[in-house]
Every structure is written in C-alpha cells, then in structure tokens.
Ligand binder design. Structure first.
Ligand code: COA
Length: 318
C-alpha cells in the first residue's frame, strides 16, 4: 500500500526582489544572474515566519484535495530555515490548522520533499495513515549572508505542500542517496554561548562551493533519473514530466543534454522564485498540477539534490 497525490498547494510572499534590486546591494547584475543561474526574481518574506508560509501552502493543498485538517493522520514538514528548533514547523502547522494528528519534521535540505514522500510511504505501508499532509517551507532570506554575491542571488522564500491519500498505489519507486559531509554545502547553527565549549564554527549562513555543488547536482540528477527508469523498465518517452529541484537552470539544461532529452521534459520555474530548497519541488509540482498539463495516469519523476549531501528521485503515477 502506498499513496497518490490528492492535492497540491503553494504559497510565496508578496515581496518581489529583482536582480536589478540585488545589484544595488552587491556587485552583480541582471545579465550575469540570468545567464549563469536563470533567475530573474525571487520572493522574500518581510513579515511571515516559515511556519506561516507552510500553513498557507497547506491550506491551499487541503482545498485542492478537498480534505479537512481533522481528516489528516500525519503532518510531515521539512525546512532548514524554521523560526524555531522546537516546536517544529510541523507542530506549528498542526496548531495553525487546528489539526490533532501527530506532526514531525525532516531535515534533508533541498531534497527533503522527496524524503518526506519516502517517510510517508512507510507510514502508509504500516497502515498508520489514510491521509498525510507534506510541506516544504523556507525563509532562506533569514540564513543568507546578504553581502555574499555567490549565494544571496540564488535563493528565495516560499512553501509548497501536498496531500497524500491511500486510495491508490501511485508512489511507484524511489532512489535515495546520502554522501554525508559538510565540505560542499553547510548551514551552521548558532553555536550558543557555553563557557565550557572550545570549538568555533562558521557564521550561521549558507556556505556553498558553487562549482562542486554544480557537478554533484548534474551527476546526482542524471544518475537518479537513469536508475528510476532502469528499475522500472521505462524510457524517458514514457515520462510526461520531470519535476526537478530548481537550483540553477543550467544544471537542468546540462542534465537534459546528458540524458539526451529535450529541456521541455523538465518543469522549470526558477526564473520567478530562485532556489527555495525544500519548497522548490512541491511549488513546481503545484504549478504543473494547476496548469492542467498533467493527466491522471501520467508517469512523472520528481528529483532533487542538495545539502547533506543528499539526493533522491521518485516515480509517480499521477
Ligand atoms: N555576479 C557577478 N559575478 C559573480 C557573481 C555574481 N552574483 N558570483 C560570482 N561571480 C563571479 C566570480 O567572482 C567569478 O569571477 P572571476 O572569474 O573574476 O573570478 C566568476 O563570476 C565565475 O565564478 P564561478 O564561481 O566560477 O561562477 P559559476 O558559473 O560557477 O556560478 C554559481 C556560480 C554559484 C551560480 C554556480 O556555481 C551554481 O549555481 N552552483 C550550484 C549551486 C546550487 O545548485 N546550489 C544549491 C544546491 S541545492
């Protein structure tokens, strides 16, 4: 027993920050960002916490799935930029929705939405749930060094959600990989002020080796998509859409080229939101769902990569 995606939702803050506006803050320009990353603008929260954005995306997904908060059996969320370590974003969303089910958070950075689906699949398999809400939500603007042009131009804020339901076994397969280590991508925590602790840490912002991340991302995406296809005796011709993590348009273009498929096979919206980490795949999925381009029965692949290093992909029947 697995699940199908009964509804999707998203929320992004109103405030749009364009490349031109960023160019007034750091030494960059619209042309460089569009060419090297494929981003024109991103949404930045001015007065909403991560859990509030998560709640709004959750409401949107519940409405799309025609599901009430009291019908939920679990709430699973993911974030690297929550306002609190505890309560988790999941507990905050449970409270805001007025739901009563268990709620927990998973940390797998930009791949986390895929890890949420895998976690949910386990709960469905144990027959512990009929309906599960999954949400990826980020206020990455709060963990960016706004004087570092190699990171502050890439990321954005937002939330994406989905309601998973047990009536159909449409979560068909997945691959999940972790190469643990902090040398390529790292977001250190505030280390506290213990008078007994003698170690130092980097500043509590996103640190990233751009080119290493780029190479890892292309290899991870191509490897995971190929594995999913081979495991299920499918080719890319059988897949209606690939919904990738939106980290850099050039990563997606490189992957499309290496997989010998057209860029149109990939749903891409990075131009408007930048990289929203755990929210990126569910935001893209919601847009694709609402665009009317997916038909029930279509095969789609979701894939993501990022901090951990963690990467994953899954095959879904829509
Ligand atoms: N504006 C203008 N110039 C910039 C710039 C910016 N925002 N950021 C870097 N540069 C400059 C560099 O200083 C360098 O200048 P130099 O040649 O004079 O030394 C030049 O552009 C090239 O820098 P480089 O770091 O090689 O650029 P890049 O093509 O690798 O692009 C990233 C940088 C970060 C956009 C790219 O590496 C990337 O997207 N990596 C993957 C990031 C990612 O996916 N992260 C999320 C993982 S979930």
């Amino acid at each position: 027993m697995s699940f199908y995606i009964a509804g999707t939702g998203m929320y992004v803050p109103e405030r749009i920050v364009t490349n031109d506006e960023l160019a007034t803050m750091v030494d960059t320009n619209d042309e460089w960002i569009k060419q090297r990353v494929g981003i024109s603008e991103r949404r930045i929260s001015t007065d909403e916490w991560t859990s509030e954005m998560a709640y709004k995306a959750a409401l949107c997904a519940l409405e799309n799935a025609d599901c009430k908060p009291e019908d939920l059996d679990y709430i699973l969320t993911a974030s690297v930029s929550a306002e609190c370590v505890s309560p988790s974003t999941a507990c905050m969303v449970q409270n805001l929705l007025g739901a009563t089910c268990p709620a927990l958070e998973v940390n797998a950075a930009c791949s986390a939405f895929l890890f949420l689906l895998e976690t949910a699949a386990g709960l469905f398999a144990r027959k512990r749930a009929k309906k599960i809400l999954v949400v990826g939500a980020e206020r990455l603007s709060g963990i960016l060094d706004w004087s570092d042009r190699s990171t502050c131009i890439i990321f954005g804020d937002g939330a994406g959600a989905a309601v998973l339901s047990c009536e159909k076994d449409n979560y068909l397969d997945s691959v999940v990989t972790v190469h643990g280590g902090d040398d390529v991508i790292k977001i250190p925590h505030f280390i506290g002020c213990s008078p007994f602790f003698t170690k130092e840490n980097d500043s509590p912002y996103i640190h990233m080796q751009g080119q290493e991340t780029f190479k890892y991302a292309v290899n991870a995406m191509c490897g995971d998509i190929t594995a999913i296809l081979e495991q299920n005796h499918l080719t890319l011709d059988d897949i209606s859409y690939i919904v990738p993590h939106q980290a850099n348009k050039r990563i997606i273009d490189f992957a499309a080229k290496r997989l010998k498929t057209s860029e149109e096979k990939f749903y891409v919206n990075i131009e408007h939101y930048g990289n929203t980490s755990s929210a990126s795949v569910p935001i893209a999925l919601d847009e694709l769902n609402r665009s009317g381009r997916l038909k029930r029965g279509d095969y789609i692949i979701l894939c993501a990569f990022g901090g951990g290093l963690a990467n994953a992909a899954c095959l879904l029947r829509w």
